[in-house]
Design a protein around this ligand. Structure first.
Ligand SMILES: Nc1ncnc2c1ncn2[C@@H]1O[C@H](COP(=O)(O)OP(=O)(O)OP(=O)(O)O)[C@@H](O)[C@H]1O
Ligand SMILES: [Mg+2]
Length: 282
């Protein structure tokens, strides 16, 4: 099966605007990065500040184009200008600050916005908007202005606007980082649910290790390269390596580490509080 996202030996550096006439190539922030993502995967992409996560995300829906190498989305090269619309319809992005994605004066119109600008038939817009609002649990907020909503609710509106386009893949870039801990957990749980129910390919970018426990595959970036790639239980096995990568170790992993040191035999799957509890008192 060919991958939905196929990133082949990508090198990318931001142009240096202050020195446009000098022949000084920018320092690459992605360095010969290759990565294949299959349809339906649920991936958490980790890495500390500046490791290149957002840059990689922007390359995946043709907001940026690689200096070298290729990014193929469902077989379409992002360099092919004729395919940009198809690529952006396939890969939706949700960003850190929902306010940058909210445009209309009431929730329902906001969710409909991208479909309306594409000139779709009214009945089809209505059907998709209803489904998207229901999927993220905001149908009851439809007539409210987004400014009256909480941060978590606004992020749900932004997510519904993307879902209405029926993408095959959603990349969330630190989409929970401006939220309080409860909303953060709720949005993470919602993304998990959308992946399961709608078979969406999901790439959740975060610097919070705790959000990785639900994923099927965890990818860790460092200095523009992928340095770890595997299931969460495998990635979480070497906490000292994660510490070296300046990732904050979540409480359940610290607890499991202490219990193991005290002689309690926990398996590598004990990465959440409920999994630890299950092994201690089944
Ligand atoms: N628009 C830009 N112009 C120039 N340099 C940039 C730009 N955006 C990012 N960079 C640089 O590229 C590198 C990678 O940045 P990127 O935003 O992809 O990292 P990140 O892993 O998403 O970091 P964070 O966790 O802070 O979001 C950093 O050194 C950053 O300073
Ligand atoms: Mg970023």
């Amino acid at each position: 099966m060919s991958p939905l996202l196929d990133i082949q030996n990508v090198i990318y550096g931001y142009p240096v605007p202050t020195r446009p006439h000098e022949n000084s190539p920018s320092i690459p922030v992605l360095r010969d990065l290759s990565l294949q993502i299959q349809e339906g995967e649920y991936i958490v992409l980790l890495g500390h500040n500046g490791s290149g996560k957002s840059t990689l995300a922007r390359l995946c829906n043709a907001l940026l184009l690689p200096d070298r190498g290729h990014v193929l989305v469902d077989g379409h090269d992002t360099r092919d200008a004729a395919q940009v619309r198809t690529i952006r319809d396939c890969v939706g992005m949700v960003f850190q600050n929902p306010d940058n994605q909210l445009i209309a004066t009431v929730v329902e119109d906001d969710v409909a916005w991208s479909l309306a600008v594409r000139g779709w038939p009214r009945a089809m817009i209505k059907e998709r908007v209803e489904a998207a609002m229901a999927a993220v649990g905001i149908s009851h907020l439809r007539d409210l202005p987004p400014s009256k909503l909480s941060g978590g609710q606004r992020q749900r509106v932004a997510l519904a606007g993307i879902l209405a386009l029926r993408p095959r893949c959603i990349i969330t870039d630190e989409a929970t980082s401006m939220l309080d801990p409860l909303s953060r957990q709720e949005i993470t749980a919602l993304l998990h649910q959308l992946h399961q129910e709608q078979k969406l390919t999901l790439i959740q970018i975060t610097h919070l290790l705790e959000e990785a426990a639900l994923a099927q595959r965890v990818i860790v970036m460092e200095q523009g390269q992928v340095i770890l790639d595997g299931p969460p239980a495998t990635i979480f096995r070497d906490l000292d390596l994660l510490r070296d990568l300046k990732l904050e170790i979540p409480e359940p992993l610290l607890l499991a580490e202490r219990l193991r040191r005290a002689g309690v035999p926990l398996s590598s799957r004990a990465i959440t509080l409920s999994a630890i509890a299950e092994e201690l008192a089944p």
